[in-house]
Design a binder for this molecule. Structure first.
Ligand code: AMP
Ligand code: TRP
Length: 343
């Protein structure tokens, strides 16, 4: 059971948004607005853990904000903002840097993947990345966090940091008359057929912003033609589609395309296979391309319209940041007392 009704999630403005970001995250953010108080953040401070050109960072920040709004997130009823406008994120991240252990950070697979053999030469921020992510979530004491499967380990670390803070400072939390579970133990929301969308060129690799091959991913700003072409050329095996999910085992490319179809049509993979059992790629790929274009084209059209008016996007971000700051400052006010900072 989630501890409360608040949802927080973040997306980095580092490169073009792709279908994995949309299906694994943004699309799932939308219905949560009916039942939860939602805070969706463009995490620009996370993005600079690897080098970002400043103009490109501004562009990508607006692109993520535009994608949120174009996908159906209401920036007035909920909160959409960019992280760097709420300085409390950096402040709480510092406290968490002093709670978390270096060994915890060294174990993160995303860090190991991004650092590769170069771990002495990457930024210190890249190592501390999960501590800032924990601060994002816990500043708002969010109960649930919708993300793709690749963020599971980071969310476990967030829970560990919350627990250790609550333990280390238990006496002070009590002395300040606060709830002993001061920071909640957050629930990840990782579910559905699209928690891990794979590359269109290689079904064993995650679809990612950093893949050098543009054909490996569908970008949210791709044209209808580009989307259809990428799907037609996606790597597949020669077999027709099976009639059940178990038979997708060992067929990563087929599994991926069926998963994409399922997520885009809000159905399960089993339902999609019932419809397409025995179909060859010559049937399935055009159907998938049509579906992808039908879902993505209205979103990319809205995104382009929004991006034509950067001042309007910036105004939404400032307004969201102001409301986020009010919540964040209330937490930091208490945290300063808990830690022993004179204010
Ligand atoms: P990032 O682009 O790393 O900031 O990721 C933003 C969100 O998209 C996170 O919730 C990720 O888990 C999700 N995500 C990124 N890549 C994929 C993918 N290939 N499949 C599913 N979700 C993804
Ligand atoms: N680390 C996440 C990613 O790369 C982005 C992120 C930053 C995030 N802070 C967050 C996601 C807080 C959820 C909650 O995808």
């Amino acid at each position: 059971m989630p501890v409360n009704n608040r949802v927080f999630s973040g997306i980095q403005p580092s490169g073009d948004l792709h279908l994995g970001n949309y299906l694994g995250a943004i699309r799932r953010f939308v219905p949560l607005q009916q039942t939860h108080e939602c805070i969706y953040c463009v995490v620009d401070m996370h993005a600079i853990t690897v080098w970002q050109d400043p103009d490109e960072l501004r562009r990508a920040t607006r692109e993520v904000a535009a994608a949120f709004i174009a996908a159906g997130i209401d920036p007035k009823a909920h909160i959409v903002f960019n992280q760097s406008q709420v300085m409390q994120h950096a402040e709480l991240a510092w406290v968490f840097n002093c709670v978390a252990r270096i060994g915890w950070m060294n174990r993160m697979t995303q860090f190991k993947d991004k650092a590769g053999k170069n771990s002495e030469n990457v930024s210190l921020g890249l190592l501390a990345y999960p501590s800032l992510m924990a601060a994002d979530i816990l500043l708002y004491k969010a109960g649930s966090v919708p993300v793709g499967d690749d963020q599971k380990q980071h969310l476990e670390l967030t829970r560990d940091i919350a627990q250790k803070f609550n333990n280390d400072y238990a006496a002070s939390i009590a002395a300040n008359g606060l709830d002993p579970e001061y920071f909640p133990i957050t629930e990840p929301l990782i579910a559905g057929p699209a928690t891990r969308i794979m590359s269109l060129r290689d079904g064993t690799k995650k679809m990612s912003k950093s893949d050098p091959s543009d054909a490996s991913r569908i970008s949210l700003l791709d044209t209808a033609d580009a989307i259809a072409k990428k799907i037609r050329r996606a790597t597949t095996d020669p077999e027709p589609l099976p009639d059940n999910e178990a038979d997708l085992k060992g067929r990563p490319e087929a599994d991926n395309l069926v998963g994409i179809y399922a997520a885009l049509s809000d159905r399960s993979k089993a339902e999609v296979l019932t419809e397409y059992a025995g179909a060859g790629w010559g049937t399935f790929k055009p159907a998938l391309a049509d579906l992808a274009v039908a879902v993505l084209e209205p979103i990319s059209t809205r995104m382009r319209d929004l991006l034509d008016e950067p001042d309007t996007i910036d105004a939404h971000l400032r307004d969201g940041a102001e409301r986020a700051r009010t919540i964040a400052e209330k937490t930091m006010f208490e945290v300063r007392d808990i830690v022993g900072f004179i204010r």
